[in-house]
Design a protein around this ligand. Sequence first.
Ligand SMILES: [Fe+2]
Length: 295
Amino acid sequence: MTTPSLPAGAGSPILDLAGVTLEVNHLARGIRFYTQVIGLSLQHHDPDRHVATLRVNTEQTLTLWQPTTRQANDPALAPLRARGASHLHMAFQIQPDDMRRAQSLLDAHGLPWQEIDLGTPEVPDVTTYFFDPFGHGLELRGVNTTDPRQPAFPPPTQPLTPGPHSLPVLGLREVALIFGDYDDMKARLPRAYGFALAKEQGDRNFAQFTLGPHAQADGNGTPVRWLYAWDPQVGLADMLGGDHALVQFYAHVDDVERRVSAEGLSRVTAPGRLAVRDPDGHVFEFLTPPRSAVG
Ligand SMILES: [Fe+2]
């Protein structure tokens, strides 16, 4: 498998969603929840830094940060005052045929959930919402792994670490962030980073950015990944967007760096990675993909 190539100047330099970092007030409880209930595998646990990195699939991670006074969870990101996200909404991809079993597993774990059909009578798109122990709003969304609209790193057809009591998640699908200045965000995200604006909703401040070289239509099981950007509001199923989020994206890093340099944003760089503090308090990390981006 190769990553799609992207000629300089064509489309968005963003290739895919690489990971998200959540703030938790009890790291051990977070590790237990995200391994035993969500089914992620623990990749790295640093008790001194109060950090745990969990693997969603071979290319995507979920990281937990427990904040500690006078100590940075990641010293490299300390100049940007990076924090894990609070009350973030995010979705995991699962096989549609696994949705009923996933709901039964949530029942078995004693977790209340809510189902909403985001599709049409002809093409149902059932999704299940619930909360983690830290107020992050989670969602299970059916994904059609054979859909031709594939992201740079398609979800696997089976969970990385299948277990009888954990949810059969395949990948990260979306993250939703709050921006205090919606109009400014809508102009800045394409200009300063190159995110591809796909659409807005007519009834509320809600913008969707396609995490790939070109804006695409959402819905109907697409495996493509998404950044949702809202103003402060309660969305579907009582979900809130995340504040002071830390989100990782695969990208053509040099292209993004040219943009954020022109924008004059605070940033730190290392080989193959660029971290930027967004004016709304989020920190975005842009990573060179693990495989060659030259298709
Ligand atoms: Fe969602």
